[in-house]
Design a protein around this ligand. Sequence first.
Ligand code: DAT
Ligand code: MG
Length: 150
Amino acid sequence: SVKERTYIMVKPEGVQRGLVGEIIKRFETRGFKLIALKLVHATKEHFEKHYADLSTKPFYPGLVKYMASGPVVAMVWEGLDSVKTGRTMLGATNPLASAPGTIRGDYALSLGRNVCHGSDSVESAEKEIKLWFPEGVVQYESSQAAWIFE
Ligand code: DAT
Ligand code: MG
């Protein structure tokens, strides 16, 4: 759907490495519509919820601790097939397997420092958007829509 929403997050290393603009730029120029954005230093408890599906994995404690170590940029992007297309734009989880041209394939080398997060399904996106933006997203008309969708 043209109204599909995905939660995209620049991880702490992405913020520290100055990749926020680059990542936003890719979603903007692809034609997605920005409907929520904030810089936030979230707690471990918050990331425990965000990554609840991974709670049995051996890397979970380290992941949660790392993600809470610095600010992240939380965003919601709306547009056609945004969840799957967002994941494609991010690249494979392990940057060594990410194609050049993807965010991870262009800016990362290691699994635990893969620069960005993207929802893996429409259901996860809904959960993540509620978790990160309990205040809700912003509604406005994009003047570009008629030039992006036929
Ligand atoms: P993705 O971020 O591509 O959705 P995921 O949800 O499986 O991947 O895992 C969340 C993050 O955890 C991932 O971006 C990097 C880290 N991670 C995943 N698998 C890992 C592993 N085997 N060892 C260490 N960190 C891992
Ligand atoms: Mg995931």
